[in-house]
Design a binder for this molecule. Structure first.
Ligand code: NI
Length: 138
């Protein structure tokens, strides 16, 4: 672990109050830990834009009764099979399904997969979470 450094930050009172409410909701033990996570998240985001390989998870939610939608989702996943490690399918309720797709590989290819799936008509929700590959993060 690298050396801890303290630094002062000036911030508007109202902004800090909002931040404190947010970190309380997210169960952070203190501001420092919340701030460290924010910094790491920004660094991951910055890093994966200029790297060869990323890892993460893509979550989509859709209604499985739409037959054509299901075919399209499967078709896209086969097209991008080189960056898909695994897919977990969860039946949320009578109508809705959630798929968590673990991804690893070329950043632009992963992004393209994410866009291709979330833009399918009938996919209600789609979010790509990039975790980085871990090698660059302390
Ligand atoms: Ni299902």
């Amino acid at each position: 672990m690298s050396q801890l450094v303290r630094f002062g930050v000036s911030v508007e009172k109202t902004l800090l109050e909002k931040f404190d409410r947010l970190i309380k909701e997210k169960n952070y033990v203190n501001r420092s830990e919340a701030l460290r996570d924010l910094i790491r998240r920004e660094l991951v985001e910055k890093h994966w834009q200029g790297t060869d390989e990323i890892a993460g998870a893509l979550t989509i939610i859709y209604n499985h009764h739409k037959r054509e939608l299901l075919n399209k989702i499967i078709e896209v996943q086969h097209e991008f099979q080189k960056v898909i490690i695994s897919t977990t399918h969860i039946h949320l309720d009578h109508d809705n399904c959630m798929e968590i797709i673990a991804v690893k590989g070329n950043p632009s290819r992963v992004k393209k997969l994410s866009e291709s799936l979330t833009s399918i008509k009938g996919v209600k929700h789609g979010v790509l979470s990039i975790a980085g590959t871990g090698s660059d993060l302390k």
